[in-house]
Design a protein around this ligand. Structure first.
Ligand SMILES: O=C(O)CNC(=O)[C@H](CS)NC(=O)CCC(=O)C(=O)O
Length: 269
């Protein structure tokens, strides 16, 4: 019988301003995922480093072929000394880089009652949509704040034919409480894709805290993977079931029913 499902793991962790300590956590979680039978593990945004002071991430940023990436990963050095790229990297089981995606939507947002963020101060935005085939299906790569821009996910499903959408994140506590799960489930339902959302959680330093709640969601919108504690470090695993995915897409063929906006008419503007 053909194998129609394959296991994936999503990590949850609290990265700090210490590359070695974050790396030790990642190694431990990779081993846990392998013993659980997972073929792939997804880490949160900024798993390698979350700075406590301005400029710290710029200092540790390295090129994709630098020494850190040999170990795994990152903060990708940007086009100049003042900017890095917020890059999502897919690495195969030989340690080879299969694909990279630079975060398109930057988080320049003033959170009521919390603080304001200006990611564009140190980050250069990307402008390429990226998908890649993998043992767990065709992946669509995104990062964190991208989650609020559904057209990216529509492109990944309908133009790139993605089956699994990846959303590594470091959501704020306020926006996470209000929006995290509902946005992720909406993306899964409207694209009929698995959504894997590995999340930073807890307190990184005096100024920075993340919501957490790593989730794996199936193409029907059901949460199939979640840690028991939103704030703990660990993994959750779930099986990507291609028969389920095909059956949902066959019974409700939204790819065929979809009417791309180029064909719509505006009555008036
Ligand atoms: O700065 C880093 O180290 C890593 N990058 C992030 O944490 C980014 C930019 S500040 N965070 C988000 O995009 C949060 C989005 C969010 O919370 C929302 O959309 O509500």
């Amino acid at each position: 019988m053909a194998v129609n499902s394959v296991r994936i793991a999503a990590a949850q962790m609290t990265s700090i301003n210490d590359l070695a300590s974050n790396f030790a956590t990642c190694s431990r979680l990779v081993k846990e995922a392998a013993s659980a039978g997972a073929k792939m593990i997804c880490f949160p945004e900024s798993f390698a480093f979350i700075g406590a002071q301005d400029g710290e991430s710029l200092k540790i940023a390295q090129p994709l072929d630098g020494p850190m990436m040999q170990q795994y990963w990152f903060q990708e050095k940007g086009p100049d000394e003042q900017h890095l790229f917020n890059t999502h990297v897919v690495i195969d089981d030989n340690g080879k880089i299969k694909s990279t995606y630079k975060k398109i939507h930057l988080f320049d947002v003033d959170i009521a009652g919390e603080r304001s963020y200006k990611e564009s101060n140190i980050t250069e935005a990307g402008n390429n949509i990226v998908s890649v085939d993998s043992p767990v299906g065709r992946l669509g790569l995104t990062v964190c704040y991208d989650l609020r821009f559904p057209e990216l996910y529509q492109q990944l499903r309908f133009q790139h034919e993605a089956q699994v959408l990846l959303v590594p994140a470091a959501f704020t506590v306020a926006t996470g409480q209000a929006h995290w799960e509902i946005l992720l489930r909406a993306r899964a339902i409207e694209t009929q894709c698995y959504v894997i959302a590995a999340a930073q959680t807890g307190k990184h330093n005096d100024k920075r805290q993340s919501y957490g709640e790593t989730l794996i969601i199936d193409p029907w919108g059901t949460v199939v993977g979640r840690l028991t504690d939103r704030l703990s470090t660990g993994i959750t695993v779930a099986d990507i079931d291609f028969s389920l995915l095909d059956s949902i897409r066959t019974r409700m063929p939204i790819a065929r029913h979809r009417k791309p906006i180029e064909f719509w008419k505006s009555a008036s503007l």
